[in-house]
Design a binder for this molecule. Structure first.
Ligand code: FCB
Length: 487
C-alpha cells in the first residue's frame, strides 16, 4: 500500500522497513536538535479584553451558542497571558531548548491595520527575552487562526487586501523582534486556516462555499509570499516558512479511481501552499487548468507574489487519510474526493478518535522532502495526542498512552534521520492542556495538565518527565524498549 500510494524512493522504502539494532534507537538526532513544545495564542492566553487586545474571529465564533463543546471559549483558557512566567518555568523543567508559540494579531493591531499597539509588542518582547535568557529558542508563529474580526467584516481571507494587511503585520513583528528572533513560522496550517479555520465565517465545513474557499486559499498564498518578502526585507538572515498540515493519503480501495483520488487529495491537501511558494504555480491535476485562474482570482503578477524561497519546511503531523473517488463531493471543481480518517481499533486511537499511525510521519516527511527539492531542513512543528487522563488520588497524571504515542513517533523520526532526512527539530503539541477549538476543554493534548476548575493550576504529567529525559539526552534515553509505566 505504501509503495503504490506514495511513490517513495526505493532506497528509502527498503531502509524504512529494515530492522534496527535496538541500542541504536534514538542515536541519530544531530547535535543541536531542537526539542520543543508548541502552543498558540488563542488556545492558551486568555485575557482577551486586556491591554487593548481587539476582537478576533475566534472570540466572536466561540461565543456563538451551540458551536463549541460546552459553550467553551478562549476567554480565560490557561491564562498564560498572566501566567507566562510559570509556563516558562515549566519549559525549563522540561529541559526543552525551543518553544513554538503564536502572536495574537489582535494584540498588535486590534483592528487589523494601523500603528502597532505598544502593550501587545511589549508582551511578546518580554516573552522572547525571557526565553532567550533561559537558552530556549523562540519560534513564533505569526498566524494561528486568530484574524482580527474587523478584517473578517472587511471580507476576510477571500479579500485580496487581507494579504497586504497581513504582510504589514509581519513587517511590524519582524522589525520589533527580528534582532532577537531568527526563525519564524508565517502560517499555522494554511490549509486548515481556509477550511476548518475558515469555518467561523461560513459556519459550515469547508467546501460548502467552494468559491470563497478557493479564493481564500489564493489570498493566503499571496499573504505567505508577501510576509516572507517583508521579513527578508528587514533582514535577509531571518529564516521563515510555515507549519503545513500534512497527512499521507491512502486510496480507500485498490481501484484505479481511488488511487487517482488519493493523489489529487495529496496535491490539494499537502502541496496547495508549498508549490505556489516554491514554484509560483498551483499543483497540476486537481482543478481543470482552464478554470483554475478564474476560480482563484489569480491575477497577472501573482505568480511572483506567491513565491517564497522557504528556508525550512515545518510539518504538523497527526494521522493519515483514506480517500475515495466521489464526483462533486467536495464542491471543488475537479477534486472529486471523499476523504476520511483511518479506521482503527479503539486501543489504536486517541481520545479524539484519531488513528495512531506513527510511520505516517516518516512517509509524509520523505515525500514532502522529495517534492520540495530535497534540500530544505525539516521541522516537525506539531505532533501529539489527546488523552484525557486526570490526576490520580496522589495528584500524579499517569498518561502512559501519551508516552507510547510520543515514543513511537520519535522512534520513527530517529529512523528518518538515520535514512538521511534532514530533520532539525520536533515540537510536541502541546506544552499545556488548552482550548482545543470546537472541542473546547474536552481534548487534553498537554504534557502539562491544567486544572480549568481550580485557577488553571498546572501539573506536569508523567509524559512531561519522560520527554524531559528524552530531550536532555538528545534522544538517547527513553526511546528504546517497550512502553514504561511512568517516567
Ligand atoms: C492542529 C492545530 C493546533 C491543535 C492541534 C491538535 O491542527 O494547529 O492548534 O488544535 O491540531
Amino acid at each position: 500500500m505504501l509503495g503504490a500510494g506514495l511513490a517513495l524512493p526505493a532506497s528509502w522504502l527498503s531502509r524504512c522497513t529494515m530492522a534496527r539494532i535496538p541500542s541504536e534507537v534514538g542515536r541519530h538526532f544531530p547535535p543541536g536538535f531542537h526539542w520543543g513544545a508548541a502552543t498558540s495564542a488563542y488556545q492558551i492566553e486568555g485575557a482577551v479584553h486586556i491591554d487593548g487586545r481587539g476582537e478576533s474571529v475566534w472570540d466572536r465564533f466561540s461565543h456563538t451558542p451551540g458551536v463549541t463543546k460546552d459553550g467553551a471559549t478562549g476567554d480565560v483558557a490557561c491564562d498564560s497571558y498572566h501566567r507566562w512566567p510559570e509556563d516558562l518555568a515549566l519549559l525549563k523543567r522540561l529541559g526543552v531548548n525551543a518553544y513554538r508559540f503564536s502572536i495574537a494579531w489582535p494584540r498588535i493591531q486590534p483592528q487589523g491595520a494601523g500603528a502597532p499597539h505598544r502593550r501587545g509588542l511589549e508582551y511578546y518582547a518580554r516573552l522572547v527575552d525571557a526565553l532567550l535568557e533561559a537558552d530556549i529558542q523562540p519560534l513564533p508563529t505569526l498566524y494561528h487562526w486568530d484574524i482580527p474580526q474587523a478584517l473578517i467584516e472587511a471580507g476576510g481571507w477571500p479579500n485580496r487586501d487581507t494579504a497586504r494587511r497581513f504582510s504589514d503585520y509581519a513587517s511590524i513583528m519582524g522589525r520589533a523582534l527580528g534582532d532577537r528572533v531568527r526563525r519564524w513560522v508565517i502560517f499555522n496550517e494554511p490549509k486548515a486556516a481556509t477550511g476548518y479555520g475558515y469555518l467561523p465565517q461560513h459556519r459550515e465545513p469547508c467546501g460548502t462555499d467552494a468559491l470563497q474557499h478557493l479564493r481564500a486559499s489564493h489570498v493566503i498564498n499571496l499573504a505567505q509570499g508577501q510576509a516572507f518578502a517583508a521579513l527578508k526585507a528587514i533582514d535577509p538572515r531571518l529564516q521563515a516558512s510555515s507549519a503545513f498540515d500534512v497527512s499521507p493519503m491512502f486510496p480507500a480501495s485498490d481501484s484505479e479511481l481511488d488511487h487517482a483520488a488519493a493523489e489529487r487529495f495529496h496535491r490539494f491537501q499537502n502541496l496547495w501552499y508549498l508549490t505556489p511558494a516554491l514554484e509560483g504555480r498551483y499543483p497540476s491535476g486537481v482543478i481543470p487548468p482552464e478554470r483554475l485562474h478564474q476560480l482563484l482570482d489569480f491575477r497577472e503578477g501573482d505568480e511572483q507574489d506567491v513565491r517564497a524561497d522557504l528556508d525550512f519546511i515545518g510539518l504538523n503531523y497527526y494521522s493519515r487519510f483514506f480517500v475515495r473517488h466521489a464526483p462533486l463531493a467536495s464542491g471543488i471543481p475537479g477534486l472529486d474526493v471523499d476523504p476520511h480518517w483511518g479506521a482503527a481499533a479503539a486501543e489504536n486511537r486517541t481520545d479524539l478518535g484519531w488513528e495512531v499511525y506513527p510511520q505516517g510521519l516518516y512517509e509524509i516527511m520523505a515525500r514532502i522532502h522529495r517534492e520540495t527539492g530535497g534540500q530544505r531542513p525539516l521541522y516537525v512543528t506539531e505532533n501529539g495526542a489527546a488523552y484525557n487522563d486526570a490526576p490520580g488520588p496522589d495528584g500524579r497524571v499517569r498518561d502512559s498512552r501519551r508516552i507510547d504515542y510520543l515514543r513511537t513517533h520519535l522512534r520513527t523520526l530517529d529512523r528518518a534521520i538515520a535514512d538521511g532526512l534532514p530533520v532539525r527539530g520536533y515540537y510536541c503539541w502541546s506544552l499545556l492542556d488548552n482550548f482545543e477549538w470546537l472541542q473546547g476543554y474536552r481534548a487534553r493534548f498537554g504534557l502539562v495538565y491544567v486544572d480549568f476548575d481550580h485557577e488553571q493550576r498546572r501539573v506536569m504529567k508523567d509524559s512531561a518527565a519522560w520527554y524531559a529525559r528524552v530531550a536532555a539526552s538528545n534522544g538517547r534515553h527513553g526511546l528504546g524498549g517497550p512502553a514504561e509505566p511512568g517516567p
